[in-house]
Design a protein around this ligand. Structure first.
Ligand SMILES: Cc1ncc(COP(=O)(O)O)c(C=O)c1O
Length: 457
């Protein structure tokens, strides 16, 4: 036993070797400015740099660019913070109970979900409306498949989460994008455009509430406008509310189904503790609808299987019961991180070509980099990267200007962020940075990026 632990420890130490250097690198330069927050939570130290094992976000960036070439990985949307302490304790306890056979999901898990949503959003959810899923997307795929068994279109309101496209394809449907419009520096639904797309082949619209990547918390009026149109055309709203627990100061999350009976009757809501508490590897998500027909379509027509992980259930239940203080404190920390970024980017002379506006919430920063296009994603530059990627045996078909920008930023600023082109029409010139990391890493990333931009002259 001791040997196994020792081997695991050695492997762990080996895998974290370089990441540890990132932490060390993060203590120099202008870092002092943003290195520690004035409010790191009541007992939770979100400033603590925590090295992750086998993180898709970090390892993915290392695999693409080389381990020694990336200082901060800010792609995949998950958190680099330590877990809610009570969750760790609960998991240890469960692990010590040495049986891992088939288990049923306890009532207490559903109660924890119900109470969480009642207390935070005043939303009433009944146990019989809830089904589980190993992650958010499998539940949504089952709904799409069940709601439209003979193929058809699913509408996305773009820019929106890139993973919806794969989910729609998996369900055997066709993706159609309804680009949102920008009003007063905010994205909002273009209902005239949407109306032209809701034809007899359309059975569902995916609403990302709040929106990844742009961070809008939709207002009741915006969602009612969308909902009324969908109801009129007999279209079900699939409301992805996975990021709902991350409001910035002054923002309020409104569950789509809470808008009124007719909206609740014609929608399915998808949520998960995977974003809220950073439980993605624990494989638990849930979805609900009060409309039995919609649930039957998902479960029977869509063939949904409720496969969840026991450890995930334990973790989710504990977090929903005892993690409110943790997420509230984390939101204060994120709110400060966003203020810090706004201040940094808008300081005269800094970050030339980049603009940034504080979103309503989430932990994703959506930078407008249109001012950089000509310099870092010119046709010539694209050719250079295309050839370099070919030579390195990397996938390069469909190289967009935003992918080119991602490549330039990785090579010159040693940070990995996501290209706007992944998020659909309307995302041109935008880049997404996951800021769910200690402030020192945000500073490191911005300092690197800023220096690279300044070197362009
Ligand atoms: C809006 C949104 N929905 C769904 C997902 C994926 O969730 P899961 O991994 O639970 O399927 C993500 C992940 O980033 C997301 O941002």
């Amino acid at each position: 036993m001791k040997n196994i632990i020792e081997m695991g420890r050695r492997k762990f130490m080996k895998s974290v070797g370089l990441s540890a250097l990132v932490g060390a690198a993060g203590t120099s330069g202008s870092l002092a400015m943003g290195q520690s927050s004035s409010m790191s939570g009541k007992g939770y130290d979100f400033d603590e740099e925590f090295t992750r094992i086998n993180s898709r976000k970090w390892e993915g960036a290392y695999n693409t660019y080389g381990r020694g070439n990336i200082d901060v990985a800010m792609g995949t949307a998950d958190l680099d913070f330590k877990q809610v302490p009570q969750v760790v304790e609960a998991l240890k306890k469960r692990a010590e109970y040495e049986n891992y056979g088939y288990e049923s999901t306890p009532d207490s898990f559903y109660e924890a979900i119900i109470n969480w949503n009642k207390e935070r959003y005043g939303q009433t959810i009944k146990k019989e409306w809830i089904k589980t899923s190993s992650a958010l997307k499998p539940g949504m795929v089952s709904s799409m498949r069940g709601l439209n068994p003979v193929k058809g279109k699913v509408i996305l309101l773009t820019p929106t989460y890139s993973g919806f496209t794969g989910a729609i394809n998996k369900a055997g449907m066709t993706v159609e994008m309804s680009p949102m419009k920008r009003v007063n520096d905010r994205w909002t639904f273009d209902l005239d455009d949407l109306a032209t797309r809701l034809d007899y082949e359309t059975k569902c619209v995916v609403l990302c509430n709040p929106n990844n990547p742009s961070g809008e918390f939709w207002s009741a009026d915006e969602m009612r406008g969308l909902g009324d149109l969908c109801i009129e055309r007999g279209v079900t709203v699939l409301s992805d509310e996975i990021h709902c627990d991350f409001p910035n100061k002054g923002s309020k999350f409104i569950p789509y189904a809470s808008l009124g009976e007719k909206y609740a009757e014609t929608s399915i809501t998808y949520r998960s503790p995977s974003k809220t508490f950073g439980h993605a590897c624990l494989r638990v998500a849930y979805f609900f609808t009060q409309n039995e027909d919609l649930m039957n379509a998902t479960m029977i027509g869509g063939g949904h299987e409720e496969g969840v992980n026991t450890f995930g259930i334990v973790a989710a239940e504990t977090a929903f019961r005892e993690g409110a203080g943790w997420i509230d404190d984390l939101n204060e920390y994120m709110n400060e991180s966003f203020d810090y970024i706004v201040d940094y980017v808008n300081r005269p002379g800094e970050m030339p070509g980049v603009t940034f506006q504080k979103p309503d919430g989430l932990y994703l920063a959506w930078f407008d980099c249109n001012g950089l296009m000509e310099k870092v994603a010119s046709p010539d530059q694209m050719r250079v990267f295309h050839d370099a990627m070919s030579a390195a045996g990397r996938r390069h078909s469909g190289l967009t200007r935003e992918l080119c920008m991602q490549e330039w930023i990785a090579r010159n600023a040693r940070i990995h962020i996501q290209p706007g082109s992944s998020y659909g029409i309307g995302s041109e010139g935008f880049m997404r940075m996951n800021i769910g990391v200690p402030r020192a890493l945000i500073t490191k990333a911005l300092d690197n990026w800023n220096a690279a931009l300044k070197s362009l002259g």
